[in-house]
Design a protein around this ligand. Sequence first.
Ligand code: NAP
Length: 281
Amino acid sequence: MEIPPIALNDGMMIPQLGFGVFQIPPPETEHAVLAALEAGYRHIDTAEMYGNEQGVGEAVRAAGLDRGEVYITSKLNNGYHRPDEARRAFAQTLELLGYGYVDLFLIHWPLPTLYDGDFVSTWRTLEEFRADGRARSIGVSNFQVAHLERLAAESDIVPAVNQIELNPYFRNHEVVEYGLEHGIATEAWAPIGQGRVLDDPILLELAGRYAKSVAQVVLRWQIQHGNIVFPKSVNPERIRENIAIFDFELEPGDMRKIDGLDRGEAGRNGPNPDTFDYVPS
Ligand SMILES: NC(=O)c1ccc[n+]([C@@H]2O[C@H](COP(=O)([O-])OP(=O)(O)OC[C@H]3O[C@@H](n4cnc5c(N)ncnc54)[C@H](OP(=O)(O)O)[C@@H]3O)[C@@H](O)[C@H]2O)c1
């Protein structure tokens, strides 16, 4: 299974398809990630907030893979935006993973209504992690255009990626366009809309025509748009299904059909990053 690599703006490469572990309970994470590694995934997306970083590291070791063979992303939890707390949290991420570095470390949410709106000093702290080599790349998640513009004005490093909600019902167009113009790769979280898009009649028709599942058609649409994706599943059959998307190609007219499902802001399912202020206790 050849998973295409994407070149990031800092010269590093990231496999375009990976495996997400949001909502996988910590005791089940090693098992699920091991199934993904056995199916051929070599990129895992976790976060401090998911509480399952340890299971990710354990799975890589249980699979007998070298650290360099698997791309690992984690994200700073919302309670740790102050520089000293971010430094402590990042050190703990590395300890839980059991490795000396992550491939990519993200600010999980901008939280513009907290910390006096100061996500810039948080970003500057991630710049330290990149400088000392413990984060090969750094990026952001759920950043809106205004947040990205502020980073551009007040910091030195352009984020390598912005991980945002993106699926056929919510193309998140403005943020994607900003990324394209400024060399920031788009990672599409919940790439199959957490299952919400799977009974769409247009997608069902396309799936029948290509003899693929709806999830495969949607993931293929994401890949052809150049997005980086990491669908989550705890089911070994679906884990294998979600990676088997490199043996067909959607025709341009069918890509446009899926593009046409966009509902704009009404299609957003997750929280709005401009107001989201959840801090886990
Ligand atoms: N940065 C952020 O704020 C943020 C937010 C959300 C997610 N994420 C990242 O994005 C990753 C993916 O997003 P997500 O987990 O929320 O949603 P998702 O990958 O779009 O969808 C996962 C859901 O779809 C089901 N599913 C998976 N493959 C399927 C298939 N082939 N056919 C039918 N159903 C299928 C899964 O159930 P089963 O497990 O039962 O198969 C699960 O309920 C996360 O794991 C996380 O790494 C990031």
